[in-house]
Design a protein around this ligand. Structure first.
Ligand code: SF4
Ligand code: SF4
Length: 135
């Protein structure tokens, strides 16, 4: 088991500052991995990261919602080229630095989305993607 960051992540970075085992890392390259990712081999499920996220993006792996009902206004961020994700997001991270994401979509109130694909994306980042050691 591990915690998982879903596509509600907008690279705020606050979670990474509180993780006691430093297993939360920024995705690279950002066009393919736009969020932050949790190394499932290292996460100790302490839950310190969850309340740190301003966007509610972090879940225990087996509680990642497959039918997340939006309150309205949440922004989902995906790899560039994902169909339907055509909006650019410009915000600021935990340190006040600019964050720009190219493939996002704002959710309407009541819209239901499946956040569970993030589990496989996270695993791919560490197993098949650049991970954080070689990025
Ligand atoms: S605090 Fe939330 S938005 Fe920021 S990097 Fe972590 S999961 Fe992503
Ligand atoms: S649950 Fe704890 S160990 Fe796992 S990513 Fe969050 S802060 Fe780090």
């Amino acid at each position: 088991m591990a915690h998982v960051i879903t596509s509600l992540c907008l690279r705020d970075g606050g979670c990474a500052t509180v993780c006691p085992v430093e297993c939360i890392v920024p995705g690279k390259p950002t066009d393919q991995y736009p969020g932050f990712y949790i190394d499932p081999e290292t996460c100790i499920d302490c839950d310190a990261c969850t309340p740190e996220c301003p966007f509610g993006a972090i879940f225990i792996e087996d509680e990642v919602p497959s039918a997340y009902m939006a309150k309205g206004g949440e922004v989902l961020s995906m790899a560039e080229g994902t169909p339907g994700f055509t909006n650019e997001y410009n915000g600021k991270n935990h340190d006040g630095e600019p964050v720009q994401l190219k493939a996002t979509k704002k959710l309407e109130a009541g819209e239901v989305v499946d956040l569970s694909p993030a589990i496989a994306v996270n695993a791919a980042f560490f197993k098949e993607g650049p991970g954080y050691e070689t990025a």
